[in-house]
Design a protein around this ligand. Structure first.
Ligand code: FMN
Length: 182
């Protein structure tokens, strides 16, 4: 844990090598996976206000788009088109989004949290994205991968690319890959 905290850096250049399925599996578990259960139900690796679990993780690779299902720890394929170039354009053409073999898009569903927390829901969902993203970044570091959290993008364009309705809030694009040699 201390080693990952000490070694974490934003890494924006990657080799073309894909992130392996086992590394992807571990990254998704770290981001939003189920780590156990108690009398209130499943517990995730990242805290969630009132366990309303408003975050979704979309996986973008050369193979297309998929949605992570924490309960089954499975990916639900949503399309086989490579949208990484379009995603990079939506993110102000940032090179890290263009180069990354893997982008984890953290999407907020504020409606899930509003019933319990009303006006504070939007704040809570944003805070949760920070928890989940940090888990992803530290896990990437521990796996020897490089990653950077990207918050600068056009929400509507990201929604359009991922096929999301207007109620879904894109919060972060986490670019991941094998660090390019310096
Ligand atoms: C909310 C937030 C948004 C960010 N958005 C971007 C971004 O759009 N593009 C980018 O390259 N880095 C982005 N970063 C990463 C920061 O630039 C980076 O963390 C900062 O330069 C410090 O470097 P370090 O992560 O290596 O400590 C973002 C970081 C945060 C916390």
């Amino acid at each position: 844990m201390e080693a990952s905290l000490a070694q974490r850096r934003s890494v924006r250049h990657y080799t073309p090598e894909a992130v392996s399925l086992s590394d992807l599996s571990q990254l998704l578990w770290a981001t939003q996976g189920i780590s156990g259960a108690d009398k209130h139900g499943p517990v995730r690796t990242a805290p969630s206000a009132g366990r309303t679990s408003p975050l979704e993780v979309y996986v973008v690779t050369a193979e297309g788009i998929a949605l992570y299902g924490p309960a089954e720890h499975q990916l639900q394929p949503l399309g086989d088109k490579d949208v990484r170039q379009a995603l990079a354009e939506a993110a102000l053409d940032q090179g890290c989004v263009r180069e990354a073999p893997l982008v984890l898009a953290l999407i907020g569903r504020v409606a899930r949290t509003v019933d319990t927390y009303g006006d504070r829901a939007e704040r809570y969902v944003t805070l949760e994205a920070g928890h989940a993203a940090q888990n992803a970044l530290l896990q990437a570091t521990a796996l020897g991968l490089g990653a950077v959290p990207v918050g600068s993008f056009d929400d509507d364009q990201v929604r359009h690319i991922l096929g999301l309705a207007s109620q879904a809030t894109p919060l972060y694009l986490i670019c991941v890959g094998h660090p390019a040699p310096k």
